[in-house]
Design a protein. Structure first.
Length: 334
């Protein structure tokens, strides 16, 4: 780190400018120097007048960079390529019916089962990175290994983004202001471009369009869900996305999943929708609080999926017509 010039540091770690500003160090004109060389150019009188502690500054800079890398998910050691679920037991203590389940980036896993069977409990185990310390006794591995405690206890490392059934805003902000805050927290260099893309993608998902100046408190449930899905896919560094019943969100659920997968997220969704269950690469069947079995989508099911999609297109078309105040005819159901 001490061998890099200030210009190289600013290029590789743009947030280093904040470190200089916090310590009231003006590096303008000294970019070709290394940081130790920059500190050496001060005279003893200047060091005393400016209260500059060279040793502290040199020691703190690498720590600052590491902390920011961890917070932003930029450290290669923080990259998540796979999630593995190790079995626990159901509500009666019976061992779960699988050996292990590994999910990789850009894969979708559906979670199916009756209401109250334990789908949300599985999502919670993943969110908490369970280590045999939840009611199910399950354990979660990250990249095939027991996870570092930072995934469990550090507020700066967000492993999971969870999209719940109900989502309401209470902040008195416009959509743009809300997204700007998130972009700033992620030190996004091209914030305007990213925000514009999030709005565009969100409006592709939502049934009713909204604008940048729309107050977030006035967004409908579907619009709020669309905004957060687009924000999670494009701006959030969380590599794992957990979705609870996306079919109830009032959005284009197929487009939502396609967007998330395109951004290399690991997606697990609890659903009652057969179309969504079959879109997934595999599905987890929950029974009595435990994972009863893990099934891969068969070729026959993929062929049936095409028929379900055609049926769904008819239903969606009828829904749009009714929303627009039109009447339906027999032709609309063909």
């Amino acid at each position: 780190m001490n061998e890099k010039t200030i210009a190289q540091l600013l290029t590789e770690f743009p947030f280093v400018s904040d470190y200089f500003a916090l310590n009231e160090l003006d590096v303008t004109g000294y970019e070709s120097m290394t940081f130790p060389q920059f500190l050496e150019h001060f005279s003893p009188a200047e060091l005393e007048d400016l209260a500059i502690d060279k040793e502290r500054l040199l020691a703190d800079l690498p720590a600052f960079i590491q902390q920011m890398n961890d917070f932003l998910g930029l450290d290669s050691s923080s990259l998540v390529h796979s999630l593995t679920i190790l079995p626990g037991h159901d509500k009666t203590g019976v061992p779960e019916g699988f050996e292990s389940l590994t999910v990789s980036s850009s894969q979708i896993i559906s979670i199916v089962g009756p209401t109250g069977s334990g789908k949300s409990r599985l999502l919670a185990d993943i969110e908490w990175v369970a280590q045999g310390d939840t009611p199910t006794g399950r354990s979660i591995l990250i990249n095939g290994e027991k996870p570092d405690n930072k995934w469990r206890f550090s507020s700066g490392n967000k492993l999971v983004a969870q999209l719940s059934q109900n989502m309401n805003f209470v902040m008195d902000l416009t959509v743009r202001e809300f997204l700007e805050l998130h972009a700033q927290s992620r030190l996004c260099d091209n914030a305007d471009t990213v925000i514009a893309r999030i709005i565009e993608e969100a409006n592709h998902l939502a049934g009713e369009q909204f604008r940048m100046d729309t107050p977030v408190t006035s967004l409908s449930g579907g619009q709020s869900r669309a905004l957060m899905i687009a924000d999670t896919a494009i701006l959030s560094t969380s590599p794992i996305v957990l979705i609870d019943e996306i079919e109830n969100a009032g959005i284009d659920r197929k487009k939502a999943l396609k967007l998330l997968v395109a951004e290399d997220k690991i997606v697990l969704m609890a659903t009652h929708d057969p179309l969504l269950a079959l879109i997934a690469d595999r599905r987890i069947v929950i029974r009595g609080g435990g994972i009863h079995k893990v099934l891969s989508t068969t070729e026959q099911e993929r062929r049936l999926l095409k028929e379900l999609e055609q049926m769904d297109a008819v239903i969606q078309g009828a829904r749009h017509k009714l929303r627009d105040g039109q009447t339906l005819s027999v032709e609309d159901l063909k």
